[in-house]
Design a protein around this ligand. Structure first.
Ligand SMILES: Nc1ncnc2c1ncn2[C@@H]1O[C@H](COP(=O)(O)OP(=O)(O)OP(=O)(O)O)[C@@H](O)[C@H]1O
Ligand SMILES: [Mg+2]
Length: 260
């Protein structure tokens, strides 16, 4: 069997009913044809922003990571591990995919520590145990995992979903596909960059061409590319006609390589 595939879905897909339906239709057809373990890790970026604004909380991001204060973490957990996770599960269910909604700490799959004091309840994700996930994958369940984790001392932590997916790829030695709301990493002229290495990526970050969530995403991809010795693809869930190719490993967005 091919190595497992982790698909990281940006939370914005939930604002596009057509795209999420299509994503699961295509995934369901793919799974019927290929005997492959697939896991989904999701963020919730835009929905969390909407809820934070509704409640009158200020949104503050540092290097693309959301500062999460004590009064934010329960709300973020509710949105991410609750509404977003179960809504994604409901789309999977409609296409007869046998999914299970989880967070990072189920089965100690990912170890989570506090990132730093300034960011608050933001977790750093490190590879954990593959036992539980392998068990449920062998029973043909598809895990849909929110990026909420729990520290050893029992604190809930908000983990950036790209970093969570990266740690999971290392835990399972899996292929990783990062699907966002942009078709690729774009250069200063808004054009697709077909491939990028660590040196080029850091230059574009220094130049302010790669910003916000894309800084975290490209660094997460580089970290996995370096650890597992294979490239990582960044593409969009909006490229519906090409999703099947993406699942098969064809690059239609940006392919991220690590060079020494
Ligand atoms: N050079 C760049 N090329 C493409 N997108 C970029 C670039 N620099 C910054 N971005 C931004 O990065 C965003 C994607 O990261 P973002 O964290 O917002 O979403 P996500 O990771 O897909 O979803 P989530 O955070 O919910 O998991 C794009 O929507 C775009 O605005
Ligand atoms: Mg993001």
């Amino acid at each position: 069997m091919n190595s497992s595939l982790i698909i990281k879905l940006g939370g914005a897909i939930l604002n596009d009913n057509f795209a999420i339906k299509n994503f699961f239709n295509i995934l369901s057809s793919y799974l019927q044809l290929h005997n492959r373990d697939v896991l989904i890790v999701h963020g919730g970026g835009k929905l969390i922003d909407q809820m934070m604004k509704k409640l009158g909380f200020k949104i503050h991001k540092i290097n693309g990571l959301r500062q999460t204060l004590r009064e934010h973490i329960n709300i973020i957990t509710g949105v991410l591990a609750g509404t977003v996770n179960k809504t994604i599960l409901s789309y999977a269910k409609q296409t007869n995919i046998n999914a299970i909604g989880l967070c990072l700490s189920d089965g100690n799959s990912i170890n989570v520590k506090q990132f730093n004091e300034e960011l608050g309840y933001v977790g750093l994700a490190e590879p954990g145990s593959d036992v539980f996930l392998k068990q449920i994958l062998s029973n043909k369940f598809l895990p849909i995992i929110s990026s909420i984790g729990i520290t050893d001392s029992g604190e809930l932590m908000n983990v950036n979903a790209d970093l969570a997916a990266a740690a999971l790829a290392k835990t399972l030695n899996a292929n990783l596909l990062l699907l966002s709301d942009v078709s690729a990493i774009l250069n200063g002229k808004g054009q697709r960059i077909t491939s990028i290495n660590n040196i080029e990526a850091e230059t574009l970050i220094q130049q302010g061409i790669i910003t916000n969530g894309m800084i975290v995403k490209v660094r997460a991809a580089l970290d996995v590319a370096c650890s597992l010795g294979r490239p990582i693809d960044i593409a969009s869930w909006q490229q519906i006609s090409q999703l099947e190719l993406l699942f098969q490993g064809v690059s239609i967005g940006t392919r991220v390589f690590h060079t020494n």
